[in-house]
Design a protein. Sequence first.
Length: 93
Amino acid sequence: WDNELFSFYSSSEAYARQFVDEIRMLRTPEWKLVRYLRAPERDEFFNLVDDPEELRNEIQNPIHEELISRLHEKLLQRMVETSDPALEYLQPL
């Protein structure tokens, strides 16, 4: 049983003028990686075991660099598998 969840949010053109769109997320039972494809400075990474309310964004914590990279690769794989049109916006971490 695969306990990973991939989700996406893409806004309409009118909505996109007001808010950041093209958000992709990969969640495991322990971790959650959120990529804001047009605003990577807003990316998020949460430890769902120690911080279930997602109050501490750990995206800049160097301890998690390798794990974030692995989850990013899985997210990329899901985007490729689903022929995600937002692939053009995905930037390296």
